[in-house]
Write a protein that binds this ligand. Structure first.
Ligand code: GAL
Length: 420
């Protein structure tokens, strides 16, 4: 009996010794953690689920869910910029993988390197190499991805299409062929929303004309913006725009989606957060309540973007932020967040049985398609380029002059160091 007691004591002592350094090194985080994003209102449920999970794991941290409304971060990014430059960073913030992260915040030395977190968590194997590249420089890995969204998706309501006697067009020529008949029925062929959604539509149209290789070359400075195929993409874009709703600039992306859902419009091109909105908020069943196809002419190509979070330099609560990031990259958190968000997990071990029919098909395409990066959502160009691209878009919209627009875009690409 005595010996057993001793044995137990020794074993418990050894166990304590083993965990002690861990406990000592990472006291449970506490205090306030501000999570900054544009996932407000309809866009909120997936983030909310993550915050609840975090609250269970770290009950001593008070999370402040700081959101600034506006699709694709149109308003949030401006607020973030002011705060970052003013030395008042949030604990962590939403930022797109790729140039929005690297070409905006990493080059200006505003982020902390997360390589040791990646090593501790085994994330270099858990995330695909292509994505890791978008998050890294020679000097480090700069944020933790929470999802993969697809930009080039066309949405519709199967029952309505049947009623109107049209099929989802596989090419823009097919779309242009059926659009007049839809209009004659009083149906808007293509629902469109506020300014940024115009750029969103443009990237799908451009991808259809250029194909994945040339799209990539455009961003590597190996294809001029003034080359015939790019000029041609602007011309096609003009033709497509003719079949969109005239009041588009006053509509949010959700309102443009609503036009399709309500049968006022036949199609909408939007990222698959629209699937999240339709399935999670509107409770529509994928395949029945809404259907999808690659945006015309882009079958076999997956235009991706990824939302991520990082650790800003001078983050007010480093420990709580690191705990957030550690959770964010885990399989469990990703499979809580993504089914609600309308995105898939970039983790190679994601549990696909938890995802709906749309997301399972997206996951399949993600694994088999040619992958390219989105412009509208920060992958291929930094914030400065994006802001100036809005001016290029205005030039096009004011006169539909494809050549003049191409020249302006080329000048911008040179100024941004993309083209020479
Ligand atoms: C994207 C973002 C998505 C979604 C969308 C609409 O830029 O990556 O997660 O929020 O904007 O706001």
């Amino acid at each position: 009996m005595e010996t057993r007691k001793w044995l137990v004591l020794v074993v418990v002592g050894l166990m304590l010794l083993a965990v002690w350094p861990v406990l000592a090194a990472s006291p449970a985080p506490s205090g306030k953690l501000e999570i900054f994003s544009w996932w407000a209102g309809d866009e909120g449920p997936a983030l909310q689920a993550l915050i609840e999970r975090y609250g269970k794991l770290y009950p001593d941290v008070k999370v402040v869910n700081a959101t600034v409304t506006g699709g694709s971060g149109v308003n949030a990014k401006a607020v973030l910029k002011t705060r970052m430059l003013g030395g008042d960073p949030p604990g962590t913030f939403q930022v797109h993988a790729g140039q929005e992260l690297i070409g905006t915040w990493v080059v200006s030395k505003r982020m902390e390197d997360l390589t040791s977190l990646y090593n501790q968590e085994g994330w270099k194997k858990a995330f695909p190499t292509g994505l890791l590249k978008l998050l890294s420089t020679q000097q480090g890995i700069w944020s933790v991805p929470v999802n993969i969204h697809r930009s080039n998706v066309m949405w519709y309501v199967p029952e309505n299409l049947q009623k109107w006697g049209v099929k989802p067009p596989a090419t823009w020529d097919e779309f242009l062929a059926v659009a007049p008949a839809l209009e004659a029925k009083g149906v808007v062929p293509l629902a469109l929303g506020e300014n940024w959604t115009v750029t969103h539509l443009w990237e799908s149209v451009a991808l259809s004309r250029l194909g994945p290789d040339k799209w990539q070359k455009l961003w590597e400075g190996k294809l001029a913006w003034t080359s015939p195929e790019v000029v041609d993409a602007w011309k096609l874009f003009g033709k497509v725009l003719a079949y969109t709703n005239k009041d588009h600039s006053s509509l949010s992306w959700q309102q443009a989606t609503d036009m399709v859902v309500k049968g006022q419009a036949a199609f909408n091109i939007m990222g698959d957060w629209a699937a999240g909105y339709m399935a999670t908020t509107l409770k529509l069943q994928p395949g029945k309540g809404f259907g999808w196809a690659p945006s015309p002419g882009t079958g076999g190509a997956f235009m991706m973007l990824s939302d991520s979070f990082g650790l800003p330099v001078k983050s007010p609560n480093r420990e709580a932020t690191l705990a957030w990031l550690r959770m964010l990259g885990s399989r469990e958190a990703q499979d809580i967040f993504n089914p609600l968000k309308g995105s898939i997990s970039p983790r190679v071990d994601s549990d696909l049985s938890r995802y709906n029919a749309y997301l399972q098909s997206a996951a399949k395409d993600w694994r088999s398609n040619a992958i390219v990066g989105s412009l509208a959502h920060g992958v291929v160009a930094n914030e400065r380029f994006m802001n100036d691209f809005a001016t290029v878009m205005e030039i096009f919209l004011s006169g539909h002059n494809a050549e003049a627009t191409a020249n302006a875009a080329q000048a911008l690409a040179i100024q941004a160091g993309i083209a020479h």
